[in-house]
Design a protein around this ligand. Structure first.
Ligand code: FUC
Ligand code: CA
Length: 226
């Protein structure tokens, strides 16, 4: 009886194994992997760390470095002289940036950044800066303004004009002027055209011109004496 039961269990096992083998073979024939036969199992344990890989290829060459040190005394001498010249040039550039376009006479300082413009532009530039267009009251002030013309190599505008009353020249505060330094045969309203503004030529002499002409802008600022 017991032997019969053992035989029965054995037979069932063989039948089960055979049928499952059959399914797998059928699946294999249809092109699927044998893994599709059952549900996927859980991930296995993490493997041990692998062996160290082989050494990689060498990298690309780097950027060129700064020039190397001098190899002889001639080069060293030139290098130090060049360094000194570079320093001097920088100092001079800084100095001219801050000091070009300045002149002083008594209680006035005259300033210009080298820009040019017509009369209205010059007037606006100077008043916006808290000053007025350069207007000499004597030969010392005329000389100071002239020195700025020469620093930039341009002819400048004066604030003096006859815009309000033709034939009568006034300064920026509308006062009729007392000092003049007209060039010979000026003012002339050249060719019958009203020349209501005044330029300071590089001889130091004045000429009347049309107010649309562009000239170096020089402003004046009053400073306290002492
Ligand atoms: C003189 C001046 C004029 C103008 C002309 C080119 O005749 O009087 O103002 O500058 O030169
Ligand atoms: Ca003129």
């Amino acid at each position: 009886m017991k032997a019969l039961r053992v035989f029965g269990v054995l037979l069932l096992h063989v039948a089960l194994v055979m049928s499952s083998t059959q399914i797998c073979q059928d699946v294999e024939k249809s092109g699927c992997s044998i893994i599709t036969c059952g549900a996927p199992g859980k991930d296995g344990e993490k493997g041990e760390k692998g062996e160290r890989g082989i050494i990689g290829l060498p990298g690309f060459p780097g950027h060129p470095g700064p020039p190397g040190d001098c190899k002889d005394s001639v080069c060293e001498d030139l290098q130090s002289k060049l360094k000194a010249l570079e320093g001097q040039l920088k100092a001079q550039q800084t100095e001219s940036f801050f000091f070009k376009g300045r002149a002083r006479s008594s209680d006035k300082i005259f300033l210009s950044d080298g820009d040019q413009g017509n009369f209205n532009e010059a007037k606006a530039r100077c008043t916006n800066a808290g000053g007025q267009m350069a207007s000499p009251r004597n030969s010392d002030e005329n000389k100071a303004i002239l020195s700025i013309n020469k620093q930039y190599g341009f002819v400048s505008y004066l604030g003096i004009n006859e815009l309000e009353t033709p034939g009568i020249y006034r300064d920026p505060s509308n006062e009729v002027i007392s000092y003049t330094n007209w060039k010979e045969n000026e003012p002339n309203n050249y060719q019958g055209i009203q020349e209501n503004c005044v330029e300071l030529q590089n001889t130091g002499k004045w000429n009347d011109i049309v107010c649309e002409a562009k000239r170096l802008i020089i402003c004046e600022f009053f400073i306290s004496r002492g």
